[in-house]
Design a protein around this ligand. Structure first.
Ligand code: AKG
Length: 401
């Protein structure tokens, strides 16, 4: 029998709606989907109708007593894909708190190191003042570097966007419209501004320096000491624009001043399921992911919230986040150093370079991997597994949920 512990996460994902599938589809699934991991006999060639995905899994469970959760999930993912069923992650709502002051934030929220939505904070006059016309007038004609993309889903790894410069006032008007008379690629192109420092290689973004006339309208929640401040960044998006899943190394609050934004978050503990490339996840489409290519993604726990004008999302360092602007909107996110300064990379102007000790450890790991290459495959595999165990035993924390 399959051990209960392994099957439980799988059962969490069960869909029970009936599916009809043909013998041909089953054979295709066996060949393509199951990656030869499942003996073909579990797919009875005489079955032409399957009552539910659950029935298939019961068959798998009996036929694959030693299957890991990953293998079972792969089977399940492929079956649902092949049967044309939509994958749906369970959504864990991000908790909401109202009227939180510094004391309560530090006592109740901050120490838990989990995202929360803070409502009803005093953010100053920005919420009512920051219309398109006001922003353009006050922000003026200074040049800003923006992302321009034909597709709403921006992909940093495949780079499906270009960088262009526009005067801030022109940019704000363009970002607020759905169709453009003047454009770079197409009349429905999308825009995204992540504001930068004067010289982005040396200076951090600080709206009070780059946009002082607008910065005076916003009151940033004072949840940290002044000397911990790192940067404040404008995030202005066209309607529909989706920003890739990534993590930052500093704590931050995302202040949604106008517009509505959906944010999906994943715990740092779920990094193994996110197919990382640097600080970004390769899984671009978090709603309908390609589970044949990314089977482990089904195991990532999806936290979700929708930010409305005036909401503030606390994103603890290392929490992955993916945003979709449901309408044109202006956000400001504020990063602060929650660790002592010496932990951070002094050349980091974005808040996303790994702490120096982490970067050094990764360099040493790369050297170790090169050294392992000197061994024959069988030995390399054996010692690599031992090293992984050592890392798990020595460096994994047990101090988490
Ligand atoms: O609001 C966005 O578009 C992205 C926000 C973000 O990446 C952050 O707050 O770190």
């Amino acid at each position: 029998m399959v051990r209960k512990k392994k099957v439980l996460p799988l059962l969490d994902h069960l869909h029970t709606s009936p599916v009809t599938t043909s013998k041909r589809t089953l054979t295709d699934m066996a060949v393509k989907g199951l990656n030869n991991k499942v003996p073909p006999r579990c797919l009875d060639p005489d079955i032409t109708r399957i009552c539910s995905i659950k029935d298939i899994l019961v068959t798998f469970k009996c036929t694959l007593p030693a299957a890991s959760t990953t293998t079972l999930l792969t089977c399940w993912n492929n079956l649902t894909c092949a049967a044309g069923m939509e994958f749906r992650h369970t959504r864990i709502p991000v908790p909401e708190y109202s009227d939180v002051d510094k004391h309560r934030f530090l006592q109740e929220i901050y120490s838990a190191r989990k995202p929360v939505v803070l409502k009803n904070l005093n953010l100053g006059s920005c919420k009512t003042k920051w219309t398109v016309d006001y922003m353009s007038k006050k922000g003026g004609g200074r040049e800003v570097k923006i992302h321009v993309s034909e597709e709403p889903q921006m992909d940093f790894i495949q780079k499906n966007f270009i960088y262009r410069s526009l005067p801030f006032d022109v940019f704000v008007h363009r970002a607020a419209e759905n169709k453009h008379k003047e454009f770079f690629i197409s009349e429905e192109e999308k825009y995204y501004l992540r504001s930068l420092g004067e010289d982005p290689r040396k200076d951090v973004a600080d709206i009070s320096k780059q946009f002082p006339e607008l910065a005076e309208d916003i009151q940033v929640p004072e949840f940290f000491e002044k000397d911990q401040f790192f940067s404040s960044v404008f995030r202005i998006s066209s309607p529909g624009l989706q920003l890739w899943t990534h993590y930052d190394v500093m704590d931050n609050v995302l202040i949604q001043v106008t517009g509505t934004k959906r944010v999906v978050l994943y715990s740092p503990r779920d990094a193994p399921y996110l197919y990382l490339s640097g600080d970004k996840s390769e899984v671009l489409d978090v709603d309908t992911p390609d589970l044949v290519k990314y089977p482990l993604f089904a195991q990532a726990r999806r936290y979700e919230c929708t930010l409305h004008a005036g909401d503030v999302l606390f994103i603890p360092a290392l929490w992955f986040h993916n945003t979709v602007a449901e309408e044109f909107g202006v956000g400001v996110n504020v990063f602060w150093k929650h660790l002592p300064s010496e932990y951070y990379d002094k050349t980091d102007t974005y808040g996303n370079k790994d702490p120096t000790a982490a970067s050094r450890a990764v360099q040493i790991l790369d050297r170790s991997l090169k050294t392992l290459d000197e061994l024959p495959e069988e030995y390399k595999d054996f010692y690599a597994r031992k090293m992984v165990l050592r890392i798990q035993n020595k460096a994994y924390s047990t101090n988490f949920e």
